[in-house]
Design a protein around this ligand. Structure first.
Ligand code: TYC
Length: 117
């Protein structure tokens, strides 16, 4: 049986030749889009102690005490705040860690992640 020779297909259509027979090929730099990032948003509630939220921000979002306190107060006063921006899997893990720690401590603290616009 004859070996089938694969057909070679150009990546880009070859443009028509100029009148002198030359062919001009356009150089295209391949650009990779940066990955979609996700922000973890924490919500206010009336029951979770402020100290617990500050501890969560320090522990799971690696914020220092001052930054954690500022974010916690923003949530408390405005209803929600972004705790950090991460790749999808990391953001989802942070959400799981927070919900898990809150549930284990009996607090109704909630957070979620969403794509950064
Ligand atoms: N509002 C809560 C209180 O007064 C504190 C709080 C802050 C709760 C931030 C949740 O994400 C939160 N104890």
């Amino acid at each position: 049986m004859a070996t089938k020779i694969p057909k070679i297909v150009p990546a880009q259509p070859i443009p028509p030749a100029e009148s002198d027979g030359t062919v001009v090929l356009e150089r295209r730099t391949q650009r990779t889009k940066p990955p979609q990032m996700y922000q973890v948003v924490m919500l206010n509630d009336d029951y979770t102690p402020m100290e617990f939220v500050v501890m969560v921000l320090q522990e799971f979002f690696s914020k220092d005490l001052e930054t954690s306190t500022r974010i916690m107060l923003k949530i408390h006063l405005e209803g929600k705040a972004v705790c950090g921006v991460y790749s999808r899997d990391v953001a989802a893990t942070k959400v799981d860690q927070v919900l898990d720690a809150a549930a284990k401590s009996g607090h109704p603290l909630k957070c979620f992640c969403e794509p950064v616009a």
